[in-house]
Design a protein around this ligand. Structure first.
Ligand code: DGT
Ligand code: CA
Ligand code: CA
Length: 560
């Protein structure tokens, strides 16, 4: 949880309370706290974990300090979650529009009846907004622009946020009357790090019945449309779902079409045209003869290609390679034999090393690395930590805990811990945790210097981006990949759902240099160990195979 994320929670809280018309002093206090948190030069999360007294900070009283603790410990603020339920999802979306304050949102909400962003867009088009008190043509235009942006890119969900809804809806639809086949398509099937909406394809003998059943899903907040074979709904978290029901003989081609990506589908269309064929959601046609439509694989086969996994369908060269029948055999979750980046309660984590090790064995790992974050003045703590790992290792027969550490890469490229200390560990991660705003060249040189440090093993979440919140640092990847390769250092794919850093495109690029990877959860709790699946998704989108990822090896000693 970054300071920015915490600040945003207080800002949203203040705005919603203002819309509700609550006590202005309280609202002001939350806004001040939000501003204060945004400008803090150190991590609130660390302060909470170290048990520091937050009320010593300006604008942070006892109540707000408690809330910060709740946010850091649980990832959310119950008060805000409750409050959000009192408003329609479309209104919550408006909070994101730059320059549109709570007062304006309140006026819009009380005077115009809208449930969705689309409806509000319509009202703006009809110039119903500019006549409201305190508005005018300029603000109306600003809102219209903001809404458009929101539609284009704003309302995207992290894959992990959409996932529980997708799974629940999938399970529900399996019981739809007359349904035959069912698949979630679109970007969700391609395991993109964010999804704009869900696209679901089904086949059934009575499509109308299936559509009717679809619109009765308990978590629907709005039915945008419901026809004979297609329907669009909005769920209570404002995630939109497009649903199509086709004849079973067309399921393969419909699934292919709606899985996309658009670029991949268009490229295939071009290939079809070159062969005098036609392709659409009903099949691949030579004149009127349907060559392929029942199974998705039939389509690729008809072109003489290997089957292309959804994660690769981005028109990034996969069609060419599929023609040559040299596609990678993508890594799978089951290939992962260890998690090499986990925090215990020695630093940022919730659980003891023993609890983590027991759980890791339960979920089938052969070894793990505990990699707490230590600063330069914690030598006593480090002694205890190493002793505890040794104590546990002497108990285990078929399992091993690797002694790891995470340390900061300082502005000059040196690491926070000295060589003597670093030499006590078997795996050392470097992270950039400060001075994010340095120019690209200097930032890259900083990282390369760290890569050249003989004690460093791997770079963790290299760009430090937070998806949809912070683009992260800019780097000269070419130079960095060269440095990683020539120094034989590892590159992490961090599996936290809002990080997924290094990303798919860069992972594919790094692989060309022969760089080896680690897919890590950097878990702070036992539940977060399961985040590893998101890292595997990203790795698959980056064309990685089992052999590219070192924690697929059965034993640690083969690694370093
Ligand atoms: P998203 O929702 O923004 O995360 O991304 P997608 O890929 O799920 O895109 P979406 O929901 O607009 O459409 C789902 C699939 O349907 C898309 O991947 C390909 C297909 N599709 C939609 N619109 C078009 C189109 O105008 N042309 C073509 N060729 N395919 C389309
Ligand atoms: Ca979609
Ligand atoms: Ca869609």
């Amino acid at each position: 949880m970054t300071n920015k994320e915490i600040a945003k929670i207080f800002e949203e809280l203040a705005k919603l309370l203002e819309i509700k018309g609550e006590n202005p002093f309280k609202i002001r206090a939350y806004l001040n706290a939000s501003r204060e948190i945004n400008s803090l030069p150190y991590s609130l999360e660390s302060m909470v974990q170290e048990g520091k007294d937050l009320t010593k900070l300006p604008n942070i009283g006892e109540q707000i300090a408690k809330k910060i603790q709740e946010i850091v410990n649980t990832g959310k603020l119950e008060k805000l979650e409750k409050l959000k339920k009192e408003f329609p999802p479309a209104l919550l979306n408006l909070l994101a529009i730059e320059g549109l304050g709570a007062k304006h949102i309140k006026t819009l909400y009380e005077n115009l009846h809208f449930n969705t962003v689309e409806e509000l867009q319509e009202l703006a088009k009809e110039h119903k907004i500019q006549t409201l008190k305190g508005f005018g043509p300029k603000l109306e235009e600003k809102i219209a622009k903001g809404l458009k942006l929101l539609k284009q890119e704003g309302i995207r969900f992290l894959y992990a946020q959409a996932e529980p809804y997708a799974n629940e809806l999938y399970k529900y639809l399996q019981n739809a009357p007359t349904i035959i086949r069912l698949e979630i398509a679109g970007s969700f099937r391609r395991k993109k790090e964010t999804v704009g909406d869900l696209d679901i394809v089904a086949s059934a003998s009575n499509p109308q019945k299936v559509i009717e059943f679809f619109t009765k899903f308990p978590k629907v907040s709005q039915i945008v449309s419901a026809g004979d074979t297609r329907s669009t709904i909005v769920l209570d978290n404002s995630l939109q779902v497009d649903f199509r029901v086709v004849k079973d003989e067309h399921f393969g081609s419909a699934l292919h079409y709606f899985t996309g990506s658009k670029a991949h589908v268009l490229e295939i269309r071009r290939m079809a045209q070159d062969l005098n064929l036609k392709i659409n959601e009903y099949g691949l046609f030579s004149n009127d003869k349907n060559l392929a439509s029942k199974e998705e694989a039939d389509i690729y086969r008809a072109f003489g290609m290997e089957y292309i996994e959804p994660e690769l369908r981005e028109n990034r060269g996969e069609l060419e390679v599929a023609k040559n029948r040299t596609l990678p055999k993508l890594i799978e979750l089951n290939d992962i034999k260890a998690d090499m980046h986990i925090y215990s309660n020695f630093s940022l984590g919730k659980n003891s090393i023993e609890e983590i090790a027991n759980y890791a064995q339960k979920i089938g790992y052969r070894y793990i690395a505990i990699t707490d974050h230590f600063g330069s003045i914690e030598s006593n703590k480090i002694e205890q930590y190493l002793k505890e790992i040794e104590r546990l290792n002497s108990k285990y027969k078929d399992f091993k805990i690797i002694k790891g550490v995470e340390c900061d890469i300082l502005e000059d490229g040196s690491l926070t811990l000295n060589s003597d200390t670093l030499s006590r560990f078997d795996i050392v991660y470097g992270v950039i945790n400060s001075n994010f705003k340095l120019p690209k060249d200097i930032q890259s040189a900083r990282l390369i210097k760290a890569i050249q440090n003989p004690y460093l093993s791997a770079i963790s979440h290299i760009s430090n981006r937070v998806i949809q919140q912070d683009e992260g640092i800019e780097l000269n990847y070419k130079e960095i990949f060269n440095a990683l390769k020539s120094n034989n250092k590892l590159l992490e794919i961090n599996s936290q759902p809002n990080r997924l850093d290094i990303n798919d495109i860069l992972a594919k690029e790094a692989k060309k240099y022969g760089i080896k990877f680690l897919i890590n959860s950097s878990a702070k709790s036992l539940e977060e160990l399961h985040y590893i699946k998101y890292g595997v998704n990203q790795a698959r989108r980056g064309w990685l195979e089992k052999g590219d990822v070192l924690n697929c090896l059965m034993e640690f000693k083969q690694i370093l």
